[in-house]
Ligand binder design. Sequence first.
Ligand code: UDP
Length: 252
Amino acid sequence: PEKLLIIVTPTYNRAFQAYFLNRLGQLLRLVKPPLLWIVVEEKAASFETAEILRKTGVMYRHLVTTVNSSIVKDRGVHQRNAALEHMGHHKLDGIVYFADDDNVYSLELFESLRSISRFGTWPVAMLAASKNKAILEGPVCNGSQVIGWHTNEKSKGLRRFHVDMSGFAFNSTILWDPKRWRCPFPNPIRQLDTVKEGFQETTFIEQVVEDESQMEGTPPSCSRILNWHLHLDARNVVYPGGWLLQKNLDVV
Ligand code: UDP
């Protein structure tokens, strides 16, 4: 049987939410099953999100965390932790991938996730509208062996692993059967909101693997970009307080 893919998406109510969730949902529908989409909202499960999830035709779970990610650097941390707890509690067996709602993913990426045994990583192109350039972040590989890192100059040399949140995936049994995988971290594997900005990924990954020898460059050679991390920063876009309009819009 095919391996289960467990896709974890933190999301919150804002003007672009319906656009992002529809776009990602439609892509996930094209991925060969079995796939479970764990969508985690902040504060409350919104009716609009529930409706979108129902309509995508993807197997999903709609979770909520009441812990507020009010600190900007911790975006999505508590939501991802709620999903990790859920997977541990239900002993879900599959490949876990953190797919933020706003990034762009190729279908090929999801297909390559099933070849991961313990921990897979690949380079991601970071696109920031404000910076006017693309930055590569992730492994340099020789076959599936990780031999170095593409990094952005800001944190060069400080972070142990130069991986984007959307640039790795791992076997969920690590969460509830860590001994089997010789995990270096004794406690439940979680994301922490006390971590310095930019260090969330490496801190998480250090709990899962000891070093590059336990990583798999995915797909081998790591020479293709399979997803793009966008920084569109559309936080201040206003919207009409809900997506279901009660009456027709006046179009002039
Ligand atoms: N997110 C959230 N609440 C927030 C901010 C972000 O749930 O207050 C989610 C967002 O929907 C996305 C993920 O957390 O899936 C990462 O957010 P964002 O892309 O803004 O962070 P960046 O990747 O730019 O650091």
